[in-house]
Design a protein. Structure first.
Length: 167
């Protein structure tokens, strides 16, 4: 995974994303119902700024849920790196992206790459994200089990090739 490039992030792309969502006002209506490719029209970019702009573009309650997931990841994982890929925020440490967080019309999907290795295995199997991906769908902040999700974050970043260098 490339190093963070927060200083080299395209400011026009971020401003356009934030401006577009502020002008539309009814962002919730534009969020997809389910995973069918991209979660949003957010442009792919590496770094904190595009991930924060993506999260800020979400309507409530999805924004609050995504902000809480981001804060939990920052507290839980030293060396956390952020990116926007396929219209969602992606998170990683070491040499790989480990999990994603994306807003949808009625929930936020938190998906763990190689989630089949986690104990216990997260309950949701998404369509189009790979056979090993598993996660949870969070409709409210009350659905966010911080203890369990923090444990899954730690487990997935310890998997060689996903979150840590092969030794």
């Amino acid at each position: 995974m490339p190093a963070r490039q927060t200083d080299k992030t395209s400011k026009p792309a971020i401003q356009k994303l934030v401006k577009r969502t502020a002008v539309q006002g009814k962002v919730a209506a534009t969020l997809p119902e389910a995973m069918t490719g991209k979660a949003s029209p957010a442009k792919a970019a590496v770094g904190d700024k595009p991930a924060f702009a993506y999260i800020a573009s979400l309507p409530q309650p999805q924004r609050g849920i995504a902000e809480s997931v981001d804060a939990l990841a920052a507290r839980t994982l030293p060396g956390l790196q952020r990116s926007v890929k396929w219209g969602m925020a992606y998170y990683g440490v070491g040499d790989g992206w480990c999990f994603s967080c994306g807003g949808f019309a009625r929930h936020v999907k938190l998906m763990f790459i190689n989630g089949v290795t986690l104990k216990p295995v997260p309950p949701v199997t998404p369509i189009g994200m790979g056979k090993a991906t598993r996660g949870v769908e969070l409709a409210t902040l009350d659905d966010l089990d911080e203890r369990q999700i923090a444990e899954w974050m730690k487990q997935v970043t310890a998997v060689p090739g996903v979150g840590r260098s092969k030794r």
